[in-house]
Every structure is written in C-alpha cells, then in structure tokens.
Design a protein around this ligand. Structure first.
Ligand SMILES: Cc1ncc(COP(=O)(O)O)c(C=O)c1O
Length: 391
C-alpha cells in the first residue's frame, strides 16, 4: 500500500490542531480555558428559542442546498442594513456550514492546483489547510507588531503571475486588528491592478471596539471580484451551530456552491430560521454585544498587564495577543504546554498562526469571551507565572 495519505500530508501534521490540543489540556487539568475562542455564555434567548421552536415545528430534514430562502433574505437585509450592499438573495447568497466551510469551498472553487494564494501572516489556521487541500501555494505578508501594520510595497511584490487569490481577514484573528480605510485602499489597489480574486473572512464584523469595520467588497472595483464570508457563531455566541454564509457576485457564489454541495450538501436546518431571527435583531443588540465584550477586553488586558505581560490591545475580535518575553519566557508554545500545570490557565501559542509553527515567538493568544469572574480568576492565576515560586 502506498503511504502516507496524499492529501493529509499537505496539512500540518496528522494530529489535532493546537486549539484542540490546548482544549484537551484544559479539560485534563481543570485549567481555565482561554485558548480556543468560544464564549462561556449563550447568546440571545430569542435566537435560541427560535431554534427550539423550529425543532419542535419539525424543521429537521435537509434544508434547500443554498440555504433556506428566509435566511438568505435575512443575510441580504443584514448586508444592506450595515454596509449598504444590495444582494440578490437567490443568486448572491449561499448558506454554509460555518465560515470554515465557506472559506474552504471558496478556495477549492476558485483556485487551480499550483495557484498562489496570498494572505497576511499571522493567519487563522484553516487558511493554510484550505490552500493545501486545493493544491495551492501560500504566500504571506507579515503583519508587524505593535500595530500589526504591513508594507504596501511588500504586498505588491508578493504578487506573482501565479497569484490567483487574496484570502483576507478583517477584523483579524489572532491580532484583533481592524484594517484601516487607507490599508484597505492599498490592498484593493493591488487586487485590482493584478486582477486578483478575493475571499474576505469577516466573522468578527460585529465585535469591534475601536475603529469601524468596512467590508473590502465595498471599495470601488472590489465587489465584482470578492466573495465575502461571515457566520453566526461569533456575532450571536452560538459557535457550535456552524451557520455561515458567502456572498458576492452570482458567478463566484455559484462556484462556491458547486463545491459546498459535495462537502456537506446542507447543514443545520433548525438553526437557519434561528440565525435569520438573529440577523434581524435591532441595532441595539449588535452594539451591546460589542460593548460587553469591550469591557471584557479591558478587564483581561488590565489583568495581563498587572501579571507582567506586554499586551497588544486588540481593536476587535475576542482575542488578545500577549508577549511573555518580559516574564522571562521566550517560547510561547513551550510556555502554553506548561501553563495549565504551572498556573491553571490555557492560552494558544501565537506560533500556530504563522507559516513556521516551530519558530519560537513569545506571543500567546488569550480569549476574553468569558464571564468577568472567570477573567479575574485567570488574571490572578497568571500573576503567579512571574512569581519566584514558579520558575
Ligand atoms: C478568523 C476566523 N475565521 C473563521 C472562523 C470559523 O468560523 P465558523 O465557526 O463560523 O466556521 C473563526 C473561528 O474561530 C475565525 O477566527
């Protein structure tokens, strides 16, 4: 038998992702899990009640392939309400199994083997897997702390005749950066000049504290080349429901749908009407979700600073990058594996978001989408890391 399995060899190793590894560590040790990004409280009750009602009403069989008409309509209304983007829900909206499926299906649909896909680094871990599955070649432009800026010339130089696609994420995980209008304009000009297709991942679109999220597709010349991806998980705190969507020009959305139908076919029938209800919540819901998370950000950041970390305060998302160098730890990955036993807290090594996950970096990503008392207790425990009794 030939070995090893061909597609899997293109992915990073064969084991669980570092997120799964850290969550398992948290479970095994009873440590506070600030690793994987999921809230410890449910989202709006009207949304969960809508899912319960749908199950009771018998919405339990395969939904339509592109998603229910009502959810596609709700996605179109949402894009109009928040971004003044008009979409035809029939042809320009596709419901997917979370943003993850939308991203993977889009990369598979739009790239030929050997095509180069450009992204900023650090990047969300599923990007490299999606590119590898498509037989693509990842090219990256590194975002530099403390403000995670990039050199536009370097971006332009990273594009080659083989570059097909920009896979872009704003608000950005893991840095919490919201790309500014000037940065978006610089990115758009490269995409237009070099005729790139674009997939934008905007799952944190409503979790913004400083600045404003602007979809890349709204810049002149971008709508026709961009597939915009988002999902309900972060906005409504139901990460386990896995309802996402892809929107954009009919031709690109049709290409994504063609792949999606052979990945999952359909998903989450009773969650689709619930997410439609969520997307129709008043503006006050979206504003208050960001406000309450902002308080949590400030709480954890203050705790991390008091514990001796150097913190890169995020403008959005529910993650903060903290530098452990001043505490004497230069390898965040090694520290993350020891932290549950050293102090009873789990974080994720930022190395997991870089091209070379083995290159040591003192950065650790912590999630702050947790109850205030959990964040306070985590900060109290993390303060022990710098104490002499925990060398
Ligand atoms: C940047 C980014 N994109 C996509 C996802 C996945 O979204 P979903 O759960 O809707 O698949 C996540 C989840 O953490 C993320 O951080």
């Amino acid at each position: 038998m030939s070995s090893p399995p061909y597609l899997a060899t293109r992915l990073r190793g064969f084991g669980p992702t570092v997120f799964a590894e850290m969550s398992a560590l948290a479970e095994a040790t009873g440590a506070i899990n600030l690793g994987q990004g999921f809230p410890d409280e449910d989202g709006p009750v009207e949304v969960s009640e809508a899912a319960v009602a749908a199950i009771r009403a018998g919405v339990n069989q395969y939904p339509p392939g592109p998603g229910t008409a009502d959810l596609r309509q709700a996605v179109a209304e949402h894009q109009q309400r928040f971004y003044n983007v008009s979409l035809d829900p029939e042809r320009e909206v596709l419901v997917t199994a979370g943003a993850t499926e939308a991203i993977t299906a889009a990369v598979l649909a739009l790239c030929e083997p050997g095509d180069e896909v450009l992204c900023f680094e650090p990047f969300y871990d599923s990007y490299s897997a999606a590119i590898a599955l498509a037989g693509g070649v990842r090219r990256t432009v590194v975002l530099q702390p403390p403000d995670w800026s990039f050199d536009p010339d370097r971006l332009a130089r990273a594009v080659t005749p083989r570059t097909r696609l920009l896979l872009f994420n704003s608000p950005h995980n893991p840095t919490g950066k919201v790309f500014s209008d000037d940065e978006l304009a610089a990115i758009a000009s490269v995409c237009i000049e070099r005729d790139l297709l674009v997939v934008t991942d905007e799952v944190y679109e409503h979790l913004v504290f400083d600045g404003q999220h602007r979809p890349l597709s709204t810049l002149p010349g971008m709508a026709e080349r961009t597939v915009t991806v988002s999902s309900a998980g972060k906005t409504f705190s139901f990460t386990g429901w896995k309802i996402g969507w892809a929107t954009g020009p009919a031709e690109l959305v049709a290409a994504v749908r063609t792949v999606k139908q052979f990945l999952t076919y359909v998903n989450g029938a009773p969650f689709q009407p619930a997410v439609a209800a969520g997307l129709r919540l008043p503006d006050s819901y979206f504003a208050s979700a960001a406000w309450s998370l902002r308080e949590k950000r400030d709480r954890l950041c203050a705790g991390l600073v008091a514990a001796g970390f150097v913190v890169h305060v995020p403008a959005a998302t529910y993650f903060v990058m903290a530098d452990t160098g001043r505490l004497g730890y230069l390898d965040g990955a090694a520290l993350c594996r020891q932290m549950p036993l050293k102090c009873g807290v789990v974080g994720v090594p930022a190395a997991a978001f870089y091209s070379d996950p083995d290159a040591p970096t003192p950065l650790v990503r912590f999630a702050f989408c947790k109850r205030p008392e959990v964040l306070d207790e985590a900060a109290r425990r993390l303060a022990d890391l710098g104490s002499p009794s925990h060398p």
